[in-house]
Design a protein around this ligand. Structure first.
Ligand code: HAM
Length: 428
């Protein structure tokens, strides 16, 4: 390549709204994933993985054609075979499809499922809002709508947040009714907003015809003002939804979950019925996650009736909360013992010593690319290693090795055969 051609090559940047997770952040990510897995295992949620790509129609039908996600936020494309596909913007619709496709109802009821991984939404990136983000997703699919399941998913969510030492978390809860009681409420809400149509933002004027419940979720100041006088769903619940919601709250009280009623809470996905909820915490102004009950989704996707409830927590938002609250999770990596060599013969044999340590379950750090003893000792010191192993020409000939206590500086030569045993004795 000529010099001018090289100069023309521009550095390639990451795609807008999509981020690298660098090594320094990996321990925190790992901790969050581990915490979610521990909670999932304890409450008997089985892992399910669904593809990153699905037919666009799955989300159009499942999430709803008039939702922001489907209207504006899907990464859509056509394949060479002219299939319309979408990068998954959420897990729930994909899990519902898999549940139907594989007849997972045969696994028994309730079926508790856990997923985690990346999702994609074409949004305007800002704090807590990205184009690629990650969720921890929990679902309980059943053959009835027992409110105990609503409480159980909320408890699982709360336990994750609590285990991650996030302070002052609170679950906002509401019921948005079912297909029996919601239409009458919808009518009343529409009538209320129609009377104030000229005070609404442009988006809400349009939504008034398609999805009036979404008006309660508008962030525009003038729409937020109007909301204060709007009719609320809990005043219009049918007796089944009313009793259902009452039990959900009683179960949350039983376990002393930090919940608060929010009669204006609606969610941005159309499949919800009855319970909806979002979890917030001190120090951040976004919700860490949300969820709710979706009793008709399976039928909407061509399956049999299977009421369900679930939630998804946003990993990036959890991380931002942990950072905003200065939570100390004690994530310092445990220092390893450090293997130091002197001379080419020793360097070569270090490869065997490392394998020996691996077989004995002893973690070793090394810097075999560095020759200077001083540099290697400095690195061992920087890494906070409790012990250094020093292996030189003499030791290589004698099949021995020096163990140096990095705190006291005391050294002892031991036979290579006894190395693992000697280290274990020192590390207890
Ligand atoms: P959602 O409210 O759309 O619900 O998303 C859940 C969580 O995912 C949000 O509260 C947030 O933490 C995170 N999240 C969503 N969009 C973004 C973004 N652009 N950037 C960063 N984080 C984001 C659902 O996805 C439902 N499927 C939840 C559910 C499961 N309902 C029942 N089961």
């Amino acid at each position: 390549m000529t010099k001018t051609a090289k100069a023309k090559l521009q550095q390639i940047q990451s795609v807008k709204g999509m981020h690298d997770t660098l090594p320094a952040d990996q321990p925190l990510w790992e901790k969050i994933r581990k915490t979610a897995k521990t909670v999932a295992d304890f409450y008997n949620f089985k892992r399910i993985d669904v593809p990153l790509l699905e037919r666009a129609e799955l989300y159009e039908r499942g999430i709803g054609a008039d939702t922001d996600i489907v209207e504006k936020q899907m990464f859509l494309f056509s394949t060479r075979g002219k299939e319309r596909l979408a990068l998954r913007p959420e897990f729930t619709a994909g899990i519902a499809r898999a549940f139907i496709e594989h007849g997972l109802s045969q696994l028994g009821s309730p079926l508790k499922l856990f997923s985690e991984g990346p999702l994609f939404r074409y949004e305007q990136p800002q704090a807590g809002r990205y184009r690629q983000f990650h969720q921890l997703n929990f679902e309980i699919i059943s053959n009835d709508d027992d409110p105990i399941y609503d409480a159980q998913v909320m408890i699982a969510f709360w336990r994750i947040v609590e285990s991650l030492k996030i302070k002052n978390a609170s679950i906002a809860v509401n019921s948005i009714g079912c297909k029996n009681c919601r239409p009458a409420y919808r009518k009343q809400l529409t009538a209320y907003y129609k009377d104030h149509k000229d005070q609404l933002c442009e988006d809400c004027r349009r939504r008034l015809e398609t999805n009036p419940l979404r008006l309660l979720d508008c962030k525009e100041e003038k729409c937020r003002e109007l909301k204060k006088e709007a009719p609320i769903m809990i005043d219009h619940l049918c007796s089944h939804c009313h009793d259902h919601f009452k039990l959900v709250l009683e179960y949350l009280e039983e376990i002393k979950a930090p919940y608060a009623l929010d009669p204006y809470l609606v969610r941005g996905l159309d499949y919800y019925t009855k319970t909806v909820f979002e979890l917030t915490a001190e120090g951040v102004d976004f919700s860490l996650g949300g969820g709710g009950r979706y009793d008709y989704l399976m039928e909407l996707l061509g399956g049999k009736n299977a009421p369900a409830v679930g939630f998804a927590a946003g990993v990036e938002r959890i991380i931002e909360t942990i950072k905003a609250q200065n939570v100390n999770l004690g994530l310092k990596e445990k220092a390893k013992i450090f293997l130091i060599y002197i001379g080419d013969l020793a360097k070569k044999r270090c490869l065997t010593i490392i394998e020996d340590m691996r077989r004995n379950g002893i973690d070793v750090a090394e810097s075999l690319g560095k020759e200077s003893l001083k540099t290697q000792l400095n690195l061992a010191d920087k890494a906070g290693s409790p012990l250094a192993l020093i292996f030189g020409q003499k030791e290589a000939f004698e099949d021995s090795i020096i163990i140096r206590d990095m705190t006291t500086g005391a050294q002892e030569t031991v036979p290579l055969k006894k190395l693992a045993e000697s280290i274990k004795r020192r590390l207890v």
